[in-house]
Design a protein around this ligand. Structure first.
Ligand code: ADP
Ligand code: MG
Length: 274
C-alpha cells in the first residue's frame, strides 16, 4: 500500500514520522516507485520474483518474493551467504533461466515472459556477462575470444562484410583493458587477471547496456581484484553502463553505488557510503 494514498488521514506528527522513515529507506531502493515505471524510469524492475529448484523430489525455494529497482547507470553489488541465491538472481536477470513467478522489466518492457529464442536474441544484444572462471575458449586467441559474440550473433553473410569493423572494436576494447600486447596469445598464456580482463572485453563487444558479473574477482588476488574493480567503475562512469556484480567480499561490495543483500530469499537494497 502506497504511503501517498493514506497520507491525508494522518496527523501532521504521523506524516513527519512517515517522511523521516522514507528518508532513511527510500521506497524506490527496493520496491520501484510506480510513477517512474515509464521508459524514462528505472532500467530494471523486479516484482515478486520466485524461483525454486527440485532435488530428489524435494523443492528448494531460493528466491521467495524479490522486489528490486535498479536505475540506468547504477553500479550495484549483490552479497549474501553461499547458497543464498545470488547466482540464481543474476541468471534470471540475464535471462539464462526463467522465474517460477513474478516479473522482470527492462526499460519498462516485460522480459520474463519472452520465448527462449527472443530471450537469447535480447541477451546477445543487450547484456554482457562475466563469470568467476572467465569461460574463455582455450583453442582461440585472446582477440578471437573477444570477437566470439559477433561471430555467434552475425549471419555467415554479414560477418565477413563487417569483419574489419569488428576487429577494430575488439582491438580497441583489448587496449582499453590493458591487453593490447596480448591479442595473439592463447588464454593459457595469461594470468587470472588478464583472463578476466579478456572476458570483460568480450562482454563489451556488442555494446551492452547492462553488465552482469558473477564474482568477477572471486578467483583473483587483491591486486588483480582491485584492477578489475577499477575497470568496471571506469566503464560504469564513461559508458554509463549499468552493472550488477555478485561478490562475497564486503570491501569490494562497498565500492559500488549500492548493495543488495540476499537473506532468506528476499533482498534488501541500501546505498553505499551514506
Ligand atoms: P549463491 O550464488 O548465492 O551461492 P545459488 O544461486 O548458486 O547461490 O544457489 C542457491 C541454491 O539453489 C543452492 O542451495 C543451490 O544448491 C541451489 N541450486 C542452484 N542452481 C540449482 C540447479 N540448477 N538445480 C538444483 N539446485 C540448484
Ligand atoms: Mg554463486
Amino acid at each position: 500500500m502506497s504511503d501517498i494514498g493514506t497520507d491525508a488521514k494522518r496527523t501532521p506528527k504521523r506524516r513527519l514520522l512517515v517522511r523521516a522513515r522514507n528518508l532513511r529507506t527510500p521506497a524506490s531502493e527496493t520496491r520501484c516507485d510506480e510513477a517512474r515505471d515509464s521508459a524514462t524510469g528505472p532500467q530494471i524492475i523486479v516484482r515478486d520474483l520466485h524461483k525454486s529448484y527440485r532435488k530428489a523430489r524435494i523443492e528448494i525455494p531460493v528466491l521467495r518474493g524479490v522486489d528490486l529497482c535498479v536505475e540506468a547507470g547504477e553500479f550495484v553489488s549483490i552479497i549474501g551467504s553461499s547458497g543464498s541465491g545470488k547466482s540464481t538472481l543474476l541468471h534470471l536477470l540475464g535471462m539464462l533461466d526463467a522465474p517460477d513467478q513474478g516479473e522482470i522489466l527492462f526499460a519498462g518492457k516485460r522480459v520474463d515472459s519472452l520465448s527462449t529464442r527472443q530471450r537469447d536474441r535480447m541477451r546477445n544484444r543487450e547484456i554482457g556477462l562475466i563469470f568467476q572462471f572467465y569461460h574463455l575458449l582455450p583453442e582461440l586467441t585472446v582477440l578471437e575470444n573477444v570477437l566470439m559474440p559477433r561471430m555467434i550473433g552475425s549471419s555467415i553473410w554479414s560477418y565477413p562484410l563487417r569483419r574489419r569493423e569488428y576487429r577494430e572494436r575488439a582491438t580497441h576494447l583489448l587496449e582499453k583493458v590493458g591487453l593490447g600486447h596480448r591479442m595473439n596469445h592463447k588464454p593459457r598464456e595469461l594470468s587470472g587477471g588478464e583472463m578476466q580482463r579478456t572476458a570483460i572485453a568480450r562482454s563489451l563487444m556488442v555494446s551492452p547496456k547492462l553488465l552482469l558479473a558473477d564474482e568477477p574477482t572471486g578467483n583473483l588476488d587483491a591486486r588483480n581484484g582491485t584492477d578489475i574493480m577499477r575497470i568496471l567503475r571506469e566503464l560504469n562512469q564513461t559508458e554509463k553502463l549499468t552493472i550488477l556484480m555478485v561478490t562475497h567480499d564486503t570491501e569490494i561490495a562497498a565500492q559500488a553505488d549500492s548493495t543488495i543483500r540476499l537473506v532468506e530469499g528476499r533482498v534488501h537494497k541500501s546505498r553505499n557510503g551514506s
